[in-house]
Write a protein that binds this ligand. Structure first.
Ligand SMILES: CC(=O)N[C@H](C=O)[C@@H](O)[C@H](O)[C@H](O)CO
Ligand SMILES: CC(=O)C(=O)O
Length: 305
């Protein structure tokens, strides 16, 4: 089922990791979550254990268990289950990559290490080459997210090197606002997939030919975002802009609450009715019980729920 010659297109939901009230992973709701994405949001690709999934805050064992569950429940329902394998340890990353292949994932992706960082573009490519080689049968996507990784090489420059050294390299999940870099990637590397990762600015990336998008909001705004994609396809920019602005108004509202990614899982709990529990880390002090009602009211006010 691996992406062999297939192109990765359309919306990819970066899944939240379901947890119990005590912050243990809760795989019992994964099936319901998959069904919600497919049936209510018409989203058929998932990106597991990434930023949204708090992958970096989970143990290797938990990440493996989650990968197995998402693959198992995605089978026959999802077009692509992409497992994010990046972490600070190369050994763990390779272990996660090999595991993703063994459990039947469609592709893997990795961020750059972000504490001790690669000293050059070549060093990063060599590192990722080792990661990809641990799962040589799976398409590999580089996950560019400079705001969190602190690693900000121009992707356009990296891509040529990755293509040369990593046989399974297939594209980039581009979570940055540098649209010139993004555009030149698409223009120069037509055989690769470039997926945009700043949901509230997706319309801008479509102008430059984005092949798809990976993000946290497609969990609960997938169907709304599909309407924007359709309007863009039809050349109805006025409508596409209206939809994007609603999404921006909503994001501005949650940012004003002081929320960051882990707290966004509240929004998915509210919209899907699936209790995803609290974020893993006790650092996330802005996660408050009273907020769900406020979020629901705002989504309703904007016509997004
Ligand atoms: C920094 C970050 O987490 N970016 C996510 C994807 O990469 C996005 O999906 C955001 O969660 C989304 O655009 C909301 O800001
Ligand atoms: C947002 C995103 O794509 C991730 O969670 O990794």
């Amino acid at each position: 089922m691996a992406l062999a010659g297939k192109k990765l297109r359309g919306l990819v939901a970066a899944t939240f990791t379901p947890m119990t009230s005590r912050s243990d992973i809760n795989v019992s709701v994964v099936q319901e979550y998959v069904d919600y994405l497919v049936n209510k949001q018409n989203v058929k690709n998932i990106f597991v254990n990434g930023t949204t999934g708090e992958g970096m805050s989970l143990s290797v064992q938990e990440r493996k268990r989650l990968a197995e569950e998402w693959v198992k429940h995605g089978r026959g329902k999802m077009d692509n289950v992409i497992i994010h394998v990046g972490c600070l340890s190369l050994e763990d990353t390779k272990d996660l990559a090999a595991h993703a292949a063994s459990c039947g994932a469609d592709a893997i992706s990795s961020v750059s290490p972000s504490f001790l960082k690669p000293s050059s573009q070549d060093a990063l490519v060599l590192y990722l080459k080792e990661v990809a080689a641990a799962a040589p049968s799976l398409p590999f996507y580089y996950y560019h997210i400079p705001s969190l990784s602190g690693v900000n090489y121009q992707v356009r420059n990296l891509v040529g090197k990755m293509q040369l050294h990593i046989p399974s390299f297939r594209g980039v999940k581009f979570s940055d606002v540098n649209l010139m870099d993004f555009s030149l990637c698409i223009h120069e590397y037509k055989e690769l997939d470039f997926l945009f990762g700043v949901d509230e600015q997706l319309l801008g990336s479509l102008v430059f030919g984005a092949h798809g998008a990976v993000g946290s909001t497609y969990n609960y705004l997938g169907s709304t975002t599909h309407k924007m994609l359709a309007a863009f396809e039809e050349g109805n920019l006025k409508k596409a802009r209206e939809i994007q602005c609603k999404i921006q108004e909503f994001m501005a509202f949650v940012f004003a609450l002081g929320w960051g990614l882990p707290e966004f899982k509240n929004i998915m709990s509210v919209t899907s009715g699936i209790d995803l529990g609290p974020p893993r880390l006790p650092l996330m002090a802005n996660w408050k019980q009273e907020h769900p009602e406020t979020v629901r009211a705002e989504l309703k006010r904007l016509g997004l729920m």
